[in-house]
Design a protein around this ligand. Structure first.
Ligand SMILES: NC(=O)c1ccc[n+]([C@@H]2O[C@H](COP(=O)([O-])OP(=O)(O)OC[C@H]3O[C@@H](n4cnc5c(N)ncnc54)[C@H](O)[C@@H]3O)[C@@H](O)[C@H]2O)c1
Length: 323
């Protein structure tokens, strides 16, 4: 099963992972490629390369949780495949939990319902490892209980349950991809920034890097281009349907070690690092079991390394004027 010649929609396509997914889909020569993004965090600049490679790219500034509007759009654009990545991020859920939960659940439910109405053929829903909560065992496979610790995580977990219920009850052709922490170019700057852009900004401003808590919390960091490649392969493989599939590396790294690696690769190994209060709901350990992805799509995970870190750091250094 290939995306070649298909009409494809990516929600959240102007965001970090979504824009890389758009680039990846273009390589497969879709007939029509549509982005829906309300630009809460996404940016047009993330789509510059996509517009160059695929001038017919259509970008709609719309709310992906609006069922009536999305229903109309998929009909007008004759969409066959939806990659549903739009999301309100974790930090917002700590300040505006009701809005975050309503929106994220609305985004998931909208496309499940559109699939149930038979408007699209296939739905690939983007979940998050945050849905698991803190690891009860390592590595975490897809049978790990979902014990979300933040409103964001609860909204992602709820979206997954909705999809599984629609797949079971209505037989929609749908699959959940569950990425672990991503790094790479185009993650947003500002108050929702990822760890690499934050460290780059701190180096530039001469301020110390602040780590929440003791820094011994771990994450499974995967390079964004590896993630989007896996997402497309999940779509291609029909045996994935009705399942949730981890997209991870199977390796955990502590935040202390990650910050030290970023500083070393940025040529600022001696830059000061301080510790701040733990962030509410921060999960303690995360490391994904990738056995299912290996079995279903032949996924060969590749852990975070200096080469990928340097490429990412260089991108943020080159784009610091956009911060
Ligand atoms: N970044 C990570 O490390 C990570 C890890 C696991 C899972 N995920 C998941 O991957 C997906 C993409 O995340 P990301 O990191 O690229 O985030 P992002 O914030 O960069 O991208 C999300 C995009 O959705 C858009 N958006 C928000 N609300 C919207 C709405 N109502 N309608 C339309 N667009 C809307 C934003 O403007 C943004 O462009 C999400 O589903 C997220 O839960 C991300």
């Amino acid at each position: 099963m290939s995306l070649a010649g298909k009409s494809v929609l990516v929600t959240g396509g102007a965001g970090f992972i979504g824009s890389h997914l758009v680039d990846r889909i273009i390589q497969d020569a879709p007939a029509n490629l549509v982005v829906v993004d309300n630009f809460f965090l996404g940016s047009e600049s993330n789509l510059i390369e996509a517009r160059r490679a695929f001038p017919a790219l259509k970008v709609y500034r719309l709310d992906a949780s609006d069922l009536a509007m999305m229903d109309q759009l998929v009909a007008d654009e004759q969409i066959e495949v939806v990659f549903n990545l739009a999301v309100i991020p974790l930090p917002t859920s700590l300040l505006h939990p009701v809005w975050t939960i309503n929106t994220n659940i609305g985004i998931a439910l909208t496309f499940c319902e559109i699939a149930r109405r038979g408007r699209i053929k296939t739905l690939v829903q983007c979940s998050s490892s945050e849905a698991y909560g803190t690891a009860m065992y390592i590595p975490m496979d897809e049978k790990h209980p979902l014990i979300p610790t933040t409103p964001y995580a609860a909204s992602k977990s709820a979206g997954d349950e909705i999809l599984l219920s629609y797949a079971e009850t209505f037989g929609i052709d749908a699959v959940i991809v569950r990425p672990f922490n991503n790094f790479g170019p185009r993650q947003n700057w500002g108050s929702y920034a990822g760890i690499i852009p934050i460290v780059i900004q701190k180096i530039a401003s001469g301020e110390p890097v602040e780590i929440y808590g003791d820094g011994e919390q771990t994450r499974d960091y995967i390079f964004v281009r590896d993630t989007v490649d896996a997402i497309v392969r999940v779509y291609e493989q029909e045996s994935t349907r009705g399942k949730a599939i981890n997209i991870a590396t199977g390796c955990e790294i502590s935040i202390n070690k990650l910050v030290a690696d970023i500083l070393r690769n940025a040529g600022a190994a001696d830059h000061p690092v301080i510790h701040a209060a733990e962030r509410p709901g921060d999960v303690r350990r995360h490391c994904g079991d990738v056995g299912l992805a290996q079995q279903l799509i032949g996924f060969q995970p590749s852990p975070i390394n200096d080469e990928k870190l340097r490429e990412t750091i260089q991108w943020y250094v080159n784009h610091r004027h956009e911060a």
